[in-house]
Design a protein around this ligand. Structure first.
Ligand code: GSH
Length: 242
């Protein structure tokens, strides 16, 4: 497919939606962006766009037989973008051809979710201070999957692994350095950037955020504004339960 008419339902706060935006940026695809306010979703969103009522959803307009295709689920969307627009307009092919490399990438993404997801969810959404150091422990374990020769999971080649994982690491570091995680003795941002035990992860991280796709998609000001609103709401809910 040479070009496509694409619409993305997305939200800056959402790391899953960020995966889709990164994949589009890396593939140099233009698209129309529709920001969904997750605190006040439009009433038509669930019935017209996604029965699961989540972002992201990529709409591929005028696809087969002239109809629009609605693709939910961030990894489905990111893989579609990777395959449909591989290395077009000078963009990076996000999925390797080799089946073994492809399988490795998928495993790394799955393992990251297993290790990092519960700790991050407990720290940010459940406001559990004890989970903050667990996010660092998760990153340490996860770091072991990075090859010695980097900077990326596939060595010199940026791939779907970075697309899928970096949105979560970015949010952890931003929230930690902006006081949006529960108070903890562990300074997450400092540990990740300075602690020798996370040297390899830090090298990976520096390479990811140096890419134009990161600057293009990581809107820190909007993200912080949305995240602050979300934290206020979660803390209010937690206080009313006490
Ligand atoms: N498994 C989904 C998860 C997407 C997801 O959880 N999105 C959240 C925002 S980060 C959402 O839209 N939640 C609905 C809501 O907040 O009402 C994916 O990978 O796309």
């Amino acid at each position: 497919m040479a070009t496509a008419d694409l619409l993305l339902y997305t939200a800056k706060i959402c790391p899953y939606a960020h995966r889709a935006e990164l994949a589009l940026a890396e593939s140099n695809q233009d698209f129309e962006r529709y920001e969904i306010d997750l605190q006040k979703k439009p009433e038509w969103y669930e019935s017209k766009v996604n029965k699961a009522s989540k972002v992201p959803v990529l709409v591929v307009r005028n696809g087969k037989q002239g109809s629009d295709a609605y693709l939910p689920e961030s990894l489905v969307v990111a893989e579609y973008i990777a395959e449909a627009f591989a290395s077009q307009k000078g963009g990076e092919a996000l999925l390797p051809e080799d089946p073994l490399d492809k399988a490795r990438i998928r495993y790394v993404i799955e393992r990251f979710s297993q290790l990092f997801g519960p700790a991050f969810g407990a720290a940010f959404r459940e406001r559990d201070a004890a989970a903050v150091p667990k996010t660092v422990e998760a990153l340490k374990q996860f770091q072991e999957l990075l090859p010695a020769e980097g900077p990326y999971f596939l060595g010199k080649r940026y791939s779907l692994a970075e697309v899928a994982i970096s949105p979560f690491v970015g949010r952890l570091l931003l929230y930690a350095s902006s006081g949006l995680l529960p108070a903890s003795d562990v300074d997450v941002a400092k540990v990740v950037s300075e602690d020798p035990s996370l040297k390899r992860l830090s090298e990976w991280w520096s390479a990811v955020i140096a890419r134009p796709s990161w600057a293009k998609t990581f809107d820190e000001a909007t993200l912080l504004k949305q995240a602050k609103g979300r934290v206020a709401q979660m803390e209010e809910a937690a206080a009313s339960k006490k």
